[in-house]
Design a protein around this ligand. Structure first.
Ligand code: NOJ
Ligand code: CA
Length: 666
């Protein structure tokens, strides 16, 4: 980690002529201006970019249980300004080195009247956006307290186009909606906005650690002022807190293009530095697994004649992984608890007892000899109490067999029959699992999570998460599966929160057990999505027999899961996009382009390549007659020499795409 500078500008109180402290903060490049203001008895902030107003006066404050709200009649007792500029190295990610550069202002507030409670708001302005959080300092007038509502608002000056996921749909497994902001429901963040002047904004949060997740809803019908809505506990409480206490950061990225939202590192910068000392064991990687066969209803999680997690079947997957240099093999349905109705909050799930036909000792020995690791699976059925009782034992058990990556799952809308996943209750549980796993040297792939907020900077063993409508829907969803448009909006909405374990890589589009549903894609698009949709763990989800002997599989074998640089040279959210990323461990670049249901021809200049170098472009593209409905297998592979001065002409079929590896030759 390289520290460039850390200036604590000691200018604690800049008093203006009339005796009020300065409450204006600008971003390091001077483009963004935030003003803390007081209007009548309310406190709030405004934000503008140059002369363009983005947020009008937006209220701050809290309602508390059995105590007056902390919102009105607050006086500013102090403002403190600091600047920060530091580069840090990611353990893994979309970008190797990140600059954390901001100006900060802490506004200290105190109630004018008794009991004179105090609250601070820290604002940080980066060149690419804003973050702010509340701090309740230790004080005599505030002991333990209960938040019943957070009054934070985002009062948009205009009515931009919005891409949003409704909060009412569980697990964030949604297809993004696109309406004017004034027409949204109660929505999850990230909430993505496109302004009339071409600017892009995204609201989210960072460092959700011991608090409830934030959703947003219009203050009143048709309004473009959004108010924070915190997921409650079952008793209606939003957050239990005790000073000193800080909330998560409320964030807004401000970009000139949709791609700027993706390449902003604001969320990670607002999380704390890595707490794991030795991170050598944390490895982004690809994996295959006994998984898709269950979603296709060809094998079962439960015991019986079609049980997937058998010793022989697992060895078959291990052989394929070893042949193809794929490090991980996930096996689901290996442990006691899957027979019967495992989603009905059973106590029978047992994380240390394999089914008799799964010889874990023999399987892990076999895998080790072939340089492959088992990826463990803990489906909890959202019975977190049952899981927490076994947590240490469960991780110790896997460690004994050399398993250092575990997929966790929480299928059930209520945890323990009572609490929502993204309430403070759920947030605390997930946090406990991540920290316990870190102690055992275990990486986590968390399904049915709370929306990610960048904790992977602090705990880089939290690799990837679901919280996305992924490939599984294409196996069985009564609505037919994910339309091609889905993955053209995903990186710009849910993706802004962090990696997604979507699990691409279908090479066989026949689905005899659920013919109403299918993977709405082409071979070339399946490949391109490994570049477009970021995850440090990427699954090749199809069955080994569908990959053997297929040229397209070379791309899956080659594509990295850890990057030095990421650029998004073209994107129209919901229509098409082009991503290019440079491998962290070589000089090669990879490109992924995908389109929605419309076939498209686009030109992509290769100016992101190194100017001095030559590359062989290995191009995996849709065949001339390809389209996702009738001819998804029509696919071509060509090679040609290119440099940074060339332009790639990309023709994509309906629901198609294009994947390219630029292999440096000199
Ligand atoms: C839902 C997960 O998202 C999926 O990947 C998994 O196979 C099932 N739960 C069973 O745990
Ligand atoms: Ca579209």
């Amino acid at each position: 980690m390289k520290r460039l500078s850390y200036l604590t500008s000691a200018l604690a109180l800049l008093l203006t002529a009339c005796g009020h402290p300065t409450t204006t903060l600008t971003s390091p490049d001077g483009r963004l201006t935030l003003e803390f203001q007081q209007q009548e008895d309310l406190s709030g902030y405004t934000l503008r970019c140059g002369e363009t107003p983005l947020l009008d006066f937006s209220e701050i404050g809290f309602e508390l249980k059995d105590a007056p709200a902390i919102a009105r009649d607050l006086k500013i007792t102090n403002t403190r300004f600091t600047s920060f500029d530091q580069e840090w190295e990611t353990v893994w990610g979309e970008q190797q080195t990140i600059r954390n550069h901001y100006n900060a202002m802490v506004v200290a507030l105190e109630e004018k009247n008794a009991p004179h409670r105090r609250i601070n708001i820290e604002f940080r302005l980066f060149d690419d956006g804003m973050g702010f959080r509340y701090e309740f300092p230790e004080q005599e007038s505030l002991g333990e307290f209960v938040i019943t509502d957070e009054l934070t608002r985002f009062a948009f000056h205009d009515d931009p186009k919005a891409w949003w996921m409704p909060t009412r749909e569980p697990y964030y497994e949604s297809i993004a909606r696109n309406t004017p902001l004034s027409k949204i429901d109660t929505v999850n963040t990230p909430l993505t906005l496109e302004c009339a002047d071409g600017r892009f904004l995204a609201i989210h949060e960072a460092n959700l650690t011991d608090y409830a997740k934030m959703s947003l809803h219009p203050e009143k019908e048709g309004s473009t002022t959004l108010k924070c809505y915190l997921t409650p506990w079952s008793n209606g409480v939003k957050v239990y807190a005790k000073p000193p206490f800080v909330t998560p950061w409320r964030t807004m990225i401000v970009g000139n293009s949709a791609g700027d939202l993706v390449t902003s590192r604001l969320m990670l910068n607002l999380n704390e530095p890595c707490k794991i000392k030795d991170t050598d064991w944390i490895r982004p990687q690809k994996y295959i697994g006994i998984w898709w066969s269950m979603h296709l209803f060809r094998e079962t999680w439960a015991q019986g004649p079609h049980h997937g997690a058998t010793t022989a079947n697992t060895k078959r997957y291990i052989d394929f992984a070893a042949e193809n240099g794929i490090p991980g093999v996930l096996v689901e349905g290996w442990n006691v608890g899957w027979d019967g109705e495992w989603t009905k909050l059973t106590d029978k799930i047992d994380f240390t007892h394999p089914y008799p036909d799964f010889d874990i000792e023999e399987i892990t020995r076999y895998a080790r000899e072939r340089g492959v690791s088992l990826i463990g699976h803990h489906e909890t059925g959202a019975n977190t109490l049952n899981y927490e009782r076994q947590l240490d034992e469960a991780f110790r058990f896997y460690r004994k067999y050399g398993v250092n990556c575990v997929k966790t799952g929480y299928v059930n809308v209520l945890m323990d029959g009572k609490e929502l996943h993204d309430s403070q209750y759920g947030v605390r549980h997930y946090r406990k699992v991540i920290e316990t796993a870190a102690r055992y040297g275990i990486m986590i792939d968390n399904h049915e999570p709370v929306m990610p907020t960048g904790l992977e900077r602090t705990w880089p063993n939290l690799m990837t998460q679901e919280g996305v409508r992924g490939q599984e829907y294409n196996a069985w969803s009564p609505d037919g599966g994910n339309p091609p448009e889905h993955t053209t909006s995903l990186p710009f909405v849910r993706g802004l929160a962090g990696g997604m374990d979507y699990t691409f890589g279908t090479f066989n589009f026949d689905n005899p057990n659920s013919p109403f549903s299918r993977v709405q894609s082409t071979i070339a698009r399946e490949l391109a999505q490994y570049v477009v949709i970021y995850s440090p763990l990427q699954m090749a989800s199809d069955l080994p027999e569908n990959y053997r002997g297929k040229k397209g599989f070379d791309f899956i074998r080659d594509v990295p899961t850890d990057w030095k640089h990421t650029v998004v040279p073209q994107a129209v959210i919901g229509d098409y996009c082009v991503f290019a990323r440079q491998d962290r461990h070589s000089e090669d670049w990879y490109l992924g382009a995908i389109t929605d249901e419309n076939a498209r021809k686009i030109d992509q200049p290769l100016s992101f390549l190194d100017k001095e170098s030559k590359y062989v472009a290995q191009i995996y593209r849709d065949g001339e007659k390809a389209d996702w409905k009738e001819r998804p297998y029509d696919f071509e592979y060509i090679e040609k020499e290119v440099t940074a001065l060339d332009t790639l002409h990309i023709a994509m079929a309906s629901g198609g795409g294009c994947a390219v590896r630029f292999k440096k030759i000199d």
